[in-house]
Design a protein around this ligand. Structure first.
Ligand code: GDP
Ligand code: FE
Ligand code: FE
Length: 199
């Protein structure tokens, strides 16, 4: 497992242990174990793709920080921060990244915009994603506890061609949402058009 050694205080003015504790306090043990596995995968991907491991660790440990918050909490934060008014029409799946990043900023004191943007984009992606954002998006999807048809293939792809793996995930997630007949967030469609279409 990754450890305190990768923390140099460049992106987070505290210890890794304090972020781990904040994550643990904010969620069920089941989800906390997922968060630790996302961190492990994110640090491996960061090493592969030349991204700072501390950046990847902080973003991974905080990516689902808000996932178990109430709808009322999210609606209050949307109003407080004057976020896109259309967000009120969505739900936890969309909110916990886009709105959750504001909670990470305000409650955990993480100011780094690259980290906050990676949290914002971790569920829906975005037409433009930094390498860090791609890493968090992928690490969330392929962490060691995930099991779905093709997981081995897309795990290998993330280490071979990160952008192609983003396209793979987005295409499969969109197909899944359509199959289940649940609403697709417009940002997810923009991600699909940018990353999943054969050029
Ligand atoms: P998790 O937080 O670790 O469970 O993973 P994610 O944050 O990536 O995804 C949370 C949920 O959001 C998953 O069930 C996705 O299928 C779902 N999701 C992803 N994109 C969309 C979207 O555009 N619309 C809706 N309604 N759900 C989505
Ligand atoms: Fe999530
Ligand atoms: Fe997650």
């Amino acid at each position: 497992m990754t450890n305190e050694m990768i923390y140099r205080g460049r992106y987070y003015n505290g210890s890794r242990a304090s972020l781990v504790a904040a994550a643990q306090a904010a969620m069920s043990d089941y989800r906390f174990q997922h968060v630790l596995r996302v961190e492990e995968m994110a640090v491996r991907l960061a090493d592969r793709w030349g991204v700072d491991a501390e950046l990847a660790s902080v973003a991974a440990l905080t990516h689902d920080y808000a996932k178990e918050r109430s709808d009322a909490d999210f609606l209050a934060k949307i109003a407080e921060k004057q976020l896109d008014p259309d967000l009120v029409n969505w739900g936890n799946n969309v909110w916990h990244g886009i709105v959750g990043a504001e909670m990470v900023k305000d409650e955990l004191g993480i100011q780094n915009e690259d980290i906050l943007t990676a949290i914002r984009q971790h569920t829906t992606g975005a037409p433009y994603m930094t390498t860090l954002s791609q890493i968090i998006y992928m690490a969330d999807y392929i962490e060691a506890g995930r099991d779905f048809p093709g997981v081995e293939e897309v795990r290998a792809l993330a280490f071979d061609d990160l952008a192609a793996s983003v396209g793979w995930q987005t295409g499969h997630t969109l197909a899944y949402l359509i199959e289940k007949r649940v609403p697709v967030y417009p940002g997810t469609l923009l991600t699909y058009n940018a990353w999943s279409v054969e050029k």
